[in-house]
Design a protein around this ligand. Sequence first.
Ligand code: G4P
Ligand code: NA
Ligand code: NA
Length: 194
Amino acid sequence: MKLLEDRIRQDGQVLGADVLKVDSFLNHQVDPDLMTALGEEFYRRFQGVPITKILTVESSGIAPALATGMAFHKPVVFARKHKSLTLKDHLYTAEVYSFTKKTANTIAIAEKFLTAADHVLVIDDFLANGQAVEGLLDIIQQAGATLEGVGVVIEKRFQKGRKLLDDRHIHTEALASIAAFENGQVVFSPDEKE
Ligand code: G4P
Ligand code: NA
Ligand code: NA
């Protein structure tokens, strides 16, 4: 998606060997007009798929997931990473390991917000090693819901997440696909969708 690639070229910062900092429009400060455009693009790419619910993980997945829910007019549920006073019982949980932080986190979704009747579109900001998405897939399975696809704003093709989803024949859409970082610059994969 050209709009997003241009924004990444303009405002993204490559940190070290494998991290892209996009905190001026996605991960800390959020650009609502860009989010609206991303949501509409996910809608276009998953048009005709019978989606009943958008699923993400707090915190950085929420902005693009909400924009997508607004395009589909479907509810958005975000898995929580922290224990909550009001979220204690009747939960689906999954362990998510972060290679970046070398820690494991438990994510949780209340059972009442995901059922066997749901057809789910998973949305996230980054697809890196795919551990967050794996955790959501585990929860979708526990609920007996149907996974219809995965949409990520930015994928890093050189990490193992995309292959993991492709190996399972999951319909995956990335709005910006990064092949590599070279000399502090982003090299995008060709976008077949445009
Ligand atoms: P995964 O989500 O694909 O499993 O990736 P990984 O374990 O490698 O990443 C852990 C966290 O780092 C995730 O956020 C993920 O979105 C984020 N991340 C991965 N690669 C990048 C990158 O190149 N740039 C940025 N800005 N973030 C990246 P999280 O811990 O779930 O945190 P948050 O959603 O609360 O921000
Ligand atoms: Na994330
Ligand atoms: Na993040």
